[in-house]
Design a protein around this ligand. Structure first.
Ligand code: NAD
Ligand code: UDP
Length: 310
């Protein structure tokens, strides 16, 4: 198949492009390089079934493809809050452009939605049926509400225009090719520990997240896109739940060194707990995350060790 991956030069997008190229598909990677990098996909550039297009998803796309994976959107709080209006445009206009393309060429179209649609959840763990608890005017709203509106658009195009959609809600995912200055917790802690700096735990560190290793997530993407039982939304993530203090302590144990843990103010609207209910993914995809946190952190630490050394 010919497959478009928007945001293909980013963290998740580059792993997805790699997987699809390896599976023998013709892959078009589209990116505006806001948080993506050419080096993430440099190893694919000489492959005959890989193309790179510099384009901003807020402008219409004219391509002929069989499938679209829409991943274009900054994902870390500092990056998506850097220009919040642009973040909303990327989510909403990006969704409209991907859906318009899919409608015209009758392609199956995948939306990388997020556990952030649940906001600061009052139901725990979060099943897909939960509608969420999102502050619509807070600092995180540009991302959370942008993604919620994108889901609305996907389901309206599906109902009104029979567009063949797939909507995934991704829970915190980590691994090689995150940016060292990404701002998300796993990369922050690892980079701080490797540099011998103190690890910055926000708040008292009792808030929880569930961390999925990137390879597990990409396997889930491909299985979800291939099946016809459900259009979603479907949660994908690792249900193992950790406090940020536990994550900091584990990172220190794995990296070694002399860093200490310091406490910084908790950002506004920071969700207190998050853990996916993956019953649907287990049943429909036969999918289960395989990489435990410690093993995934080891691989990610090895990546950043090499990055920082070079
Ligand atoms: P990332 O920041 O590494 O990747 C996003 C990519 O999109 C980058 O390559 C960036 O340059 C590109 N991009 C941003 N705005 C664009 C625009 N207007 N036009 C074209 N390209 C644009 O983040 P990621 O972690 O790889 O996330 C990928 C997708 O998955 C995002 O949509 C994100 O919301 C979603 N997601 C990720 C996670 C996670 O834990 N990694 C969790 C939930 C949802
Ligand atoms: N966090 C932290 N220290 C950091 C970066 C993040 O304690 O250096 C916390 C953050 O407050 C949040 C959790 O880690 O409670 C996950 O943050 P991240 O930005 O990775 O993802 P999100 O909040 O979007 O799930």
């Amino acid at each position: 198949m010919r497959i478009l991956v928007t945001g293909g030069a980013g963290f998740l997008g580059s792993h997805l492009c790699e997987r699809l190229v390896t599976d023998g598909h013709d892959v078009i990677c589209l990116d505006n390089f806001f948080t993506g990098r050419r080096c993430n996909i440099a190893h694919l550039l000489n492959r005959p079934n890989f193309e790179l297009v510099r384009h901003d998803i807020i402008d219409p796309i004219k391509l002929e493809v069989d499938q679209v994976y829409n991943l274009a959107c900054p994902a870390s709080p500092p990056h998506y809050q850097y220009n919040p209006i642009k973040t909303v445009k990327t989510s909403v206009m990006g969704a409209i452009n991907c859906l318009g393309l899919a409608k015209r060429v009758k392609a199956r179209v995948f939306q990388a939605s997020t556990s952030e649609v649940y906001g600061d959840p009052q139901v725990h763990p979060q099943p897909e049926s939960y509608w969420g608890n999102v502050n619509p005017i807070g600092k995180r709203a540009c991302y959370d509400e942008g993604k919620r509106c994108a889901e609305t658009l996907f389901f309206d195009y599906h109902r009104e225009n029979k567009v063949d959609i797939r909507v995934i809600r991704i829970f915190n995912t980590y691994g090689p090719r995150m940016l060292a200055n990404d701002g998300r917790v796993v990369s922050n802690f690892i980079v701080q520990a490797l540099r011998g700096e103190d690890l910055t735990v926000y708040g008292d560190g009792a808030q929880t997240r569930s961390f999925c290793y990137v390879d597990d997530l990409i396997e889930g993407f491909v299985r979800f896109m291939a099946q016809t039982e459900t259009v979603g939304p479907m949660n994908l993530g690792n249900p193992g739940e950790f406090t940020m203090l536990q994550l900091a302590e584990l990172t220190l144990k794995l990296v070694g060194g002399k860093s200490k843990i310091v406490f910084k103010p908790l950002p506004a609207d920071d969700p207190k707990q998050r853990k996916p209910d993956i019953t649907l993914a287990r049943r429909v995809l036969g999918w289960e995350p395989k990489v435990p946190l410690e093993a995934g952190l080891d691989r990610t630490i090895a990546y950043f060790r090499q990055q920082l050394a070079s």
